[in-house]
Design a binder for this molecule. Structure first.
Ligand code: ADP
Ligand code: RBF
Ligand code: MG
Length: 379
């Protein structure tokens, strides 16, 4: 049995990283850098995110100034960057599952600390835009309160000390490689939730690597389990997309016997970034034909190792013909599991059939069934 299915060492408190773990700071930083670098005639390369994730603000700034050969000192860069960043701070969204996680732990009296490579003042400003968050953390430790930032263990050691806990009794949740290194050096347990795609292989020292906060199972760590899973599904805030059905990779029905009606990814790029990859379900409307149950994957289809993140919706109905070009509306209401890789095509197909059965059944529950009448499905 793999480690991820067994009980880990018990934890009695949780130390959380902030940027990239609870809030999507990267999105705003990328937006600002895109515009900022234009000024110097440079173009923001999304891959730079890989280099700055988990760094202290000073290290991140140094990396950017050096990599882009900017004709300014790091201080100058910072004094121009920070006002731009502060002005956008209120727009930093919480990541899917972040609110649910901290409210759950708070509700069960599990002590929590925020342990971040940002300065304390910066942390406090960022969380002030998220209602009720400040009250959830009995301890906050910033980079400026210890002598060394992550990957040094200092921030986590100080957080544990202020909670009156041994590091071995703490569970750290981190998105970055330096953060995971810091946690292991401090002697805590650590769950890695990589904020950038296809990076799992870099997190070998983590005790568990999960795809998003939706996949946390607190009971594995001796913490109270979530109680919001219903018949193997997790209700989510419903979201909607739609557009004409286009040609996909051309292997849904041919290889798998599972046709998936694809939409142009350009039309829902924001939604694709915002929603973690995984298997979801909901309702699909074809205005000329009706409303149907639907189960879908979002992501890179690890089995096929796609380079593009797509949505693959399988309508749970036998159609006698294709419907390319027709308008398709989707409302996504629940989550089933993370995307997985499989050792054979048969096992991938068997798992997708299992997903179908879960979705079919769940969509009859009033909590999900009510969205069948959502006006957006039929226009
Ligand atoms: P593509 O790679 O072009 O998406 P697929 O093999 O995945 O090809 O087939 C998808 C197409 O099959 C859809 O665009 C749609 O026109 C048709 N289709 C027929 N039945 C279904 C169904 N139950 N769910 C989704 N698409 C279906
Ligand atoms: N592909 C994967 O590689 N891993 C998965 O776990 C996975 N789960 C899926 C679940 C559902 C409900 C559906 C409809 C598709 C899933 N796929 C998965 C995607 C499948 O590989 C995709 O439909 C084909 O690549 C067709 O383009
Ligand atoms: Mg398809």
């Amino acid at each position: 049995m793999s480690m991820s299915n067994s009980l880990k060492k018990l934890s009695s408190c949780v130390l959380l990283d902030l940027d990239g773990t609870l809030i999507n700071t990267d999105g705003i930083v990328s937006d600002i850098l895109k515009k900022y670098l234009c000024k110097y005639g440079k173009q923001w390369d999304g891959r730079e995110s890989l280099k700055i994730v988990g760094k202290t603000p000073l290290e991140a700034a140094t990396t950017i100034v050096e990599d882009y050969g900017l004709p300014c000192a790091v201080d100058e860069f910072n004094s121009e960057f920070y006002p731009l960043f502060s002005a956008q701070m209120d727009k930093i969204k919480s990541l899917p599952g972040a609110n649910r996680l901290i409210r759950h732990l708070k509700g069960h009296g599990v002590p929590m600390a925020l342990a971040s490579n940002s300065s304390r003042a910066n942390i406090e400003s960022k969380i002030s835009y998220h209602e009720g968050w400040k009250e959830c953390f009995s301890v906050i430790v910033g980079r400026d309160e210890v002598s060394k930032g992550k990957p040094s263990p200092d921030i986590f050691l100080e957080a544990a000390r202020r909670l009156n806990k041994e590091p071995a009794d703490c569970l750290v949740i981190e998105d970055s490689v330096p953060g995971v290194m810091a946690a292991k050096a401090a002697g805590t347990q650590v769950i890695a939730v990589p904020s950038l795609p296809k990076q799992t292989h870099l997190y070998t020292s983590a005790d568990e690597v999960i795809n998003s906060l939706l996949d946390i199972r607190p009971e594995k760590w001796g913490l109270p389990p979530f109680q919001d899973w219903i018949e193997n599904t997790l209700p989510i805030d419903p979201w909607r997309i739609g557009g004409p059905v286009i040609k996909g990779f051309g292997r849904g029905s041919k290889v798998l016997g599972i046709p998936t009606a694809n939409l142009s990814t350009k039309d829902y790029a924001d939604e694709l970034v915002e929603h973690p990859s995984g298997v979801y379900f909901g309702w699909a409307g074809l205005p000329k034909r009706g409303v149907f149950k639907m189960v879908m994957s979002i992501g890179w289809n690890p089995y096929f190792n796609n380079t593009e993140k797509t949505i693959e919706p399988w309508l749970l109905h036998d159609f006698t013909e294709d419907f390319y070009g027709e308008e398709l509306r989707l409302i996504i209401v629940g989550y089933i599991r993370p995307e997985a890789n499989f050792s054979s095509l048969e096992s991938l197909i068997a798992k997708i059939h299992e997903d179908r059965d879960v979705a079919e059944k769940a969509l009859d529950l009033p909590l999900y069934a009510k969205f069948k009448d959502d006006p957006s499905l039929t226009k």
